[in-house]
Unconditional design. Structure first.
Length: 401
């Protein structure tokens, strides 16, 4: 069989759901042609390949490349001063109500040009790439006007022209109220649904739609309107839900067949059941949990018992998770949420792909999928979760290259 590239003498963690655990293959081979995997499995069972290029991995581990399914990578400015306020005792909610938080970043983002947003995001993207990431979800939500939301989404899409990476864009117009709508939340939701959504959809700038369902964000009724508008434009949805309180946002997201519900610290049993029934992924964000010093963890045991898929993400943003390390995310998930090594690795590969609606194309080492690989200089996969401040990436492969 002809192939472009053949990786030999490697150990595989395929994450193939038809194999037990991590889908480990001790004597592995991967073959790729035209950027797709044509074989991933045991060397003993592999067909005879004629390869243009053969790479001897010398016993290294190969996993699917990493996927970050929840980021706010495109923004201007920083919020280090708010970090100081929190150290002095102010809460996230107090800072937001005083004009900080998302609105603070909105002002900086509105003032920045599209090119400046791209350049600012590149350093954050490069940090993710350096740890084996090949697919990144990027939300808007710091413009909060049609012009600035369009600018942010264009900047996110432009990153894929500069780096060898897949970008999935999410329209998060329902992120916060801009000052000009401070006393008219319903009027702003009208703007999101009737002006922003049609314009963004017509330009093909969003792969999905998100919202912030919270007391300092938008009510379930308002989010329902956003989701109905998204449905009318053929866009899948996801939701920031149950981060600070339980407004039953996860169940609302599940009702609309959401790709994911994210954060979920205050998720209840009814929300878990709704997500399980709909197949909605629980995207967990331990960086935000750690950074804001939360004490109520997501109900991992309940999610696990209900077989709700669990993804992990950096939630890279300037206010509550200035984090660009998926490797550290796995360690935080294991230590703070008591997730297993298997759950953590699946969370940044297979389940992260599922949370973006991309599992048919990537997230596991299976024939037919994109040949996006991470080659690791470790003795066992658990090291990727166990070590802190450690990057053992040997090679990152994007579309077979």
């Amino acid at each position: 069989m002809q192939c472009d590239t053949l990786w030999i003498t490697c150990r595989l963690a395929t994450l193939d759901p038809t194999r037990p655990g991590l889908g480990i293959v001790e004597r592995g081979v991967i073959a790729a042609r035209d950027g797709r995997i044509v074989y991933a499995g045991s060397a003993d069972d592999a067909p005879a390949f004629e390869a243009t290029r053969t790479i001897d991995c010398e016993g290294r581990w190969i996993t699917p490349s990493l996927i970050d399914p929840h980021t706010h990578l495109v923004f201007a400015g920083d919020r280090a001063h708010e970090f100081e306020l929190r150290l002095a005792g102010a809460s996230y909610e107090e800072i937001a109500r005083a004009g900080g938080g998302i609105v603070s970043t909105m002002r900086a983002t509105r003032a920045a040009s599209e090119g400046e947003l791209v350049q600012a995001a590149l350093s954050r993207l490069d940090a993710l790439i350096a740890e084996g990431v090949t697919t990144v979800e990027i939300k808007s939500g710091y413009g909060l006007s049609l012009e600035d939301e369009l600018k942010s989404l264009r900047a996110a899409r432009a990153l894929a022209d500069i780096r060898r990476v897949g970008i999935s864009t999410t329209f998060l117009g329902a992120h916060a109220l801009p000052p000009e709508y401070r006393d008219d939340a319903d009027g702003y939701v009208d703007l999101v649904c009737e002006k922003m959504m049609p314009a963004i959809s017509a330009r093909g700038l969003a792969d999905s739609v998100d919202g912030f369902c919270e007391g300092i964000g938008f009510s379930p009724a308002q989010i329902r309107r956003v989701f109905e508008a998204a449905r009318a434009h053929g866009l899948p949805v996801k939701l920031h839900a149950e981060q600070l309180s339980n407004l039953e946002g996860a169940a609302l997201a599940a009702e609309f067949g959401a790709l994911s519900a994210d954060h979920l610290e205050h998720l209840d049993a009814a929300g878990v059941a709704a997500m399980a029934a709909s197949g909605t992924v629980a995207t967990l964000l331990p960086g935000a949990y750690y950074f804001t010093r939360e004490t109520k963890a997501p109900p991992i045991a309940a999610l696990r018992a209900a077989s709700v898929p669990m993804a992990l993400a950096t939630d890279c943003n300037p206010g509550t998770s200035p984090l660009t390390s998926p490797l550290l995310v796995m360690n935080l998930a294991a230590t703070l949420f008591r997730m297993t090594v298997e759950e953590c690795l699946a969370g940044v590969t297979r389940e992260a792909a599922r949370a973006l609606g991309l599992l048919n194309d990537r997230g596991t080492l299976e024939a037919g999928k994109a040949c996006d690989l991470a080659v690791w200089e470790v003795e066992r996969p658990a090291e990727l979760v166990y070590r802190m401040g450690f990057n053992p990436l040997h090679a990152r492969v994007w579309r077979g290259q």
